[in-house]
Write a protein that binds this ligand. Sequence first.
Ligand code: V47
Ligand code: SF4
Length: 358
Amino acid sequence: MNRSSFIIDKIFNKERLSRAEALELVSTATIHDLGQAAYSARTRVYDNQAFFVYNQHLNFTNICANACRFCAFSKRPGEKGSYTLSIDQVKEAVSSRLDEPVNEIHVVGGLNPELGYDYYLNLLEAVRKLRPRVKIKAFTAVEIAYLSDKYELSHEKILKDFAGAGLDALPGGGAEVFSPALRQRLCPEKVSGRRWLEIHETAHKLSIPTNCTLLFGHIETWEDRIDHLLALRELQDKTGGFLCFIPLPYQPGHNELAAKGPDGIEFMKMIAMARIVLDNIPHIKAYWAFSGIKAAQLGLWYGADDFDGTIVEEKIGHAAGADTPRGLSIDKLKDYIRSAGFDPVQRDSFFKQIQHPF
Ligand code: V47
Ligand code: SF4
């Protein structure tokens, strides 16, 4: 029996892997063996189910004080193509889909120095008023940190204010890769990985659940990826507040980084390793808008249990050249999940099943 089959046995026996074991596994196991182990871990919890959500993305501004090397979405103030939605425009965007059974509104934007603290509260209140029952998943830890520095407010105060105005959960963006050396090369102005984790820990303590991400397939190594997963696993042991992990495949278009992006095998390995290492984070998302629909379908066989949602309309990956639709109808989403061999289950942001969606 070689070493990787010993490690694979541990996965089938629901035993946690160490850093050394995870690294050994990913460098020695075949994609088939990895996939089988990750599939078994996903299937013993969710059987044949695969989740999706009826959601709407709202990117309220692309003006950003940072200039992350991998980002093709952000613009400088006054730059051609820059925009900021007024609160009235936010209301229009939400109102334009009031006839649809949207369950989640996902709100993120750039760090626009022109927007005051009130803008964020007014935005949440406006969405909440128009959609009293929708789950609002809004503002990354990067945005919370920016507001905290600008207005000298604690993370806790901001999160409490936002929850009071309607926020239900935080999205997982801005984690990138936690390695300080890589962050220096990728996004030197961005909050540290340590502070990103602290903000999520504070949210969890306030009973605000959050998601988490890893931007992969650029200049990072498997060591960097595994260390990132282990930092997430450690926080989750402490708080239990992460709902879902989303590995974000780097999109190489129109950005300074000029790396290649992961191929299909690398994408499947990443999903499988996330399922295997993150034994305490319940959901792993195959994010079709970044990976492509075909890869996301296969991702369900490699450990993912979530397909994300209707989206309409994704801007961040598409600015960087993502060659996928900007949104999907609910029927198409279900068809893709069914034709991949799984039973589609509609959920809300907290992964509660929606019994009678329409
Ligand atoms: O924070 C930016 C990343 C993130 C690129 O929480 C890029 O449910 C790839 O976090 N290539 C935003 N990625 C997306 C995100 C997300 C998406 C869907 C669901 C959830 C969730 C979160 O996209 C950013 C950044 O990490 N990003 N540029 C790029 N060129
Ligand atoms: Fe700004 Fe976010 Fe783009 Fe970085 S990834 S430049 S913080 S919008």
